[in-house]
Design a protein around this ligand. Sequence first.
Ligand code: B12
Length: 213
Amino acid sequence: MSEMLEILKEMVVDGKHKEIEAQVQSAIDSGIDLNRIINDALISAMDIIGKRFADGEIYVPEMLVSAMTMKLGLEKIKPLLTEDEIETKGTILMCTVKGDLHDIGKNLVTMMLEGAGFKVIDLGVDVKIDKLLQTVKEKKADILGLSALLTTTMPEMHRVIEALEVEGLRDNVKVIVGGAPIDKKFADKIGADGYAKDAAEAVQLARELVSVG
Ligand code: B12
């Protein structure tokens, strides 16, 4: 049984996206607990990938292939789980801010967060503040992730935080920010709860923020 989980884990690490679905199916057929397949094989593989990326052993393309492989495996399992069987680590709302169409980094962060067991609602690109406020309320998000790649759209992040304050929602949700022009100093200045320089760090950050509540 654990051998099957090991094989699955290696497949995700190696990005074997063509073979993953059949292997997940075999694991399901052999009666392994679905949450074990998710946690001990799929998520655990993405932890390895996150670490290798952080250590500079692999780069964005390899991380993307592993994340895609993980996603394919997860999608095979999801329909078999009822809502309360899904162990989610928290809900994260992700978007690229208004005026900005860059989504490659945001998508990578989304995939890694999903890989780490978070439920991620991806609102896409060029997302207006009203839509964000409404979704934060409706979905009771634990974390709001904002991405910006243009210096001209960075100030929109500040406006989002101000709007959350005005609406009385600021204490309900942690705000994390990222994107090539963003740094920790900017994040602190606008009153964000955290900044991460890449997808692997974003997972660490989200884990820390959810565990402190
Ligand atoms: C690809 C690209 C495009 C594509 C986007 C395609 C897409 N679907 O995303 C297209 C061609 C559409 C595009 C358009 C434009 N672009 Co462009 N683009 C780029 C480019 C080359 C790569 C960006 C990228 O994908 N990087 C790879 C990803 C993986 O990295 P990343 O986004 O930084 O994300 C990582 C981290 O930042 C972090 N992260 C990202 N988001 C988040 C969010 C959170 C919450 C967290 C925690 C972490 C996090 O994790 C990610 C993964 O590790 C950059 C140059 C560069 N090297 O950055 C220019 C760049 C960003 N673009 C630029 C410009 C100017 C434009 C245009 C204005 C060009 C034009 N005149 O039309 C338009 C703007 C369109 C718009 N309104 O948004 C400039 C911005 C300059 C500036 N100072 O603002 C850049 C820097 C190029 C340059 N050197 O001039 N672009």
